[in-house]
Structure formats: C-alpha cells, structure tokens
Design a protein around this ligand. Structure first.
Ligand code: HEC
Length: 179
C-alpha cells in the first residue's frame, strides 16, 4: 500500500530547548500530507460547505468551531487533525482490534475492509467518519462521543467538512492534540 508513513508516533514536537525566541513561530508540525486531490472534487466541496452549517448547529454543543462553542471537548479542528493522522496507521489499528475485540471486528469487518482497502487516505477517512458518525463505538468500545442522531445526508456532509478541517488544520499550523 502506498500510504505515507506517520513518522514515529510522536506528534512531531520539536523539542528545541530554548524558549527564548520571542514572537512564537506558529506551531508547525511535520505531517506526511497525503494526496489532497479529493479536496477539489465538486461534490466533496459542496458537501463540506453544507457540513460546516450542520456542524455549527449540531456539534458546537461540545466542540468549538471557528473559535465558538462549548469547551466540553477539544475543538472540532483538533479532533479532525488527530483523526487524519490516525488514518495513516489504521491497518495496524485493525490488527490490534481483531485480537483485542474480535466480536466488534467481525461485526464491522466489511466496513473495516473498505476503509483499509481505500488507498486514498482522505477517502478512507470519509468511510471511517461515516462509520463513526453513525455509531461512535463502531470500531472502539471506549469511544466517548454520545451517538448523534443524523441523517445519511448530514453524515456525508459532516464527513467532508471534518476532512477539510483536518487538512486545513495542518496547513495552518494549528496545534494538534496529543495522542
Ligand atoms: C455531547 C457532546 C458531543 C457532541 C454534540 C459532538 N461530539 Fe464529537 N466528540 C465528543 C467526545 C466526548 C469525543 C471524544 C474526544 C476525544 O477522543 O478526545 C468526540 C470526538 C469526536 C471526533 C474524533 C473521533 C476520533 O476518534 O477520531 C470527531 C471527528 C467528532 N467528535 C466529530 C463530531 C461531529 C461532526 C459532531 C456533530 C455532529 C460532534 N462530534 C458532536 C463529544 C461530542
């Protein structure tokens, strides 16, 4: 598979020792950016636009969006960035799931295989988000997000928006969440 490798697991913190330089540089992080051509797909763009509006109604209760909303959970941009990064290692995650939670693995096998077999990282993230927004525990018994009641159209729109947020977060040098 031709996915880029995440580098070594830590989130690219550059532990340069001095804190003395004054105006802090934006926190640029090394991230092996995947193929981004999916972002220019017209349908994707339309969905992402709609998704932003849905998110501002539905997700802002817990996640900040564009600086507004609740602080119960990390801002949507940050969870989106972390998810994008996690998609790079999803193969490994599934191997672990198969041994640690075989029932869940078997129940979702078709979805997981589709996610794993999709070579375009952004498209595989879309499939992942569709599973997650339908049922947050679909691949993880520990997932803490309560089930959100969403229509299939809303899920498609939100998935596009979350992908866009994740990519833009890295491009703008937003601070990623610790794993
Ligand atoms: C009731 C509170 C709540 C609402 C509303 C909510 N979330 Fe979450 N969300 C959570 C919690 C809790 C987590 C887990 C945080 C963590 O893993 O650090 C989470 C995590 C996430 C993640 C990261 C999942 C992962 O494992 O990568 C995404 C993406 C996400 N939420 C998207 C959304 C979207 C889109 C909406 C709007 C439909 C939404 N959330 C609404 C509570 C909420």
């Amino acid at each position: 598979m031709s996915r880029p490798q995440a580098n070594g697991g830590d989130s690219g913190q550059n532990k340069s020792s001095s804190n003395e330089q004054e105006p802090q540089q934006p926190n640029t992080i090394e991230f092996p950016m995947p193929d981004l051509s999916y972002l220019s797909d017209e349908v994707f763009q339309r969905n992402a636009k709609m998704g932003r509006l849905v998110a501002k109604k539905r997700c802002i209760l817990c996640h900040k969006i564009e600086g507004r909303g609740a602080i119960l959970q990390p801002p949507l941009v940050q969870v989106s960035m972390r998810r994008l990064k996690r998609m790079l290692d999803y193969d490994q995650y599934l191997t672990q799931l198969e041994t640690e939670d075989p029932d869940r693995f078997t129940a979702g096998k078709k979805t997981f295989e589709a996610i794993r077999d999709e070579a375009d990282v952004l498209k595989s993230m879309r499939l992942w988000l569709k599973g997650y927004l339908r049922q947050p525990t679909f691949d993880n018994s520990q997932a803490k997000m309560p089930l959100q009641v969403l229509t299939p159209a809303e899920i498609e729109q939100l998935a596009s928006y979350v992908i866009q947020l994740g990519v833009e977060g890295y491009q703008k040098g937003e601070t990623p969440l610790e794993d």
